[in-house]
Design a protein around this ligand. Sequence first.
Ligand SMILES: Nc1nc2c(ncn2[C@@H]2O[C@H](COP(=O)(O)OP(=O)(O)O)[C@@H](O)[C@H]2O)c(=O)[nH]1
Ligand SMILES: [Mg+2]
Length: 290
Amino acid sequence: MTEFLEGYPFAIQWFPGHMTKAKRLMENQLKMVDVVVEILDARVPCSSANPLLKKLIGNKPKIVALNKIDMADPECTARWLAALREKNYTAIEVDCQRGKGIKTLLAAMRQAGQPVIDKWLKKGVRNHPVRVMVVGIPNVGKSTLINRILGRNKTATQNKPGVTRNTQWVEIGKNLELLDTPGVLWPKFESAEVGFNLAVTGAVKEDVFDRETAAAILLLRLKRMYPQQLSAYYGIEVAADDTARQLEEKIGRARGALKAGGEVNYPKTVDLFLRDFKYGKLGPMTLEEP
Ligand SMILES: Nc1nc2c(ncn2[C@@H]2O[C@H](COP(=O)(O)OP(=O)(O)O)[C@@H](O)[C@H]2O)c(=O)[nH]1
Ligand SMILES: [Mg+2]
């Protein structure tokens, strides 16, 4: 779907080919689970969610984990948490890379699983384990979270939909078990806006969108939302009426992304800017309001 964002046409070249496969796999995995942890990217909590998940998990308790809070605007994260809790979700903020919030998340899993334990107890079964599964769209931090919880440093991030592996339950506490492979949700490109948010935060591959267009849109957004940070990080003046091209020019010069003749190398500038944003170099920023 092509839409105009900040005056630029933007679209994701998305082929939902393996979506049905991913869905089927997820359905099967979910059958074995009592509690679901959905990881969202705190920079784009809405765009990184998959609304179909609700249908897939039915009445099972779900915990929302806002991850990558180190790269998100703390004020926005607080508002997102409040908004989610108002909707009766258990919402926890985490930084899986540094291990922040993991203890709170584990406590929330236990609490969410208590009704299951009680139910089994009524049937006379003591200490029946609560089974938890982590789900989320690609690159949201599923493997990092699982490795954190399991206390290991596994580099293999096999998370292509359809890759069958032996599912394994790992005990992570008393009466608490975690599925050692995450459920991979497919992104929902309901609008160009969602596609853009997922593109610049790194949830979709770089070859499915136009990088120069994405950079131009992002520059105009940051100029409006985070002008000080943009200015401070690159050491440039940011004026309210700057065009994307003018900002690229300034960034390219400041960073020395120049061609032989001293002209700004725009493709190189776009690359470095997108990379800087994706890895949170410009400072904590959130693109979506609750
Ligand atoms: N800055 C930051 N990066 C994170 C965090 N959690 C995960 N990442 C990074 O995000 C990338 C994707 O993580 P990964 O766990 O492979 O995502 P998955 O595809 O959902 O399994 C990796 O480069 C991680 O190091 C976090 O809390 N903060
Ligand atoms: Mg992974």
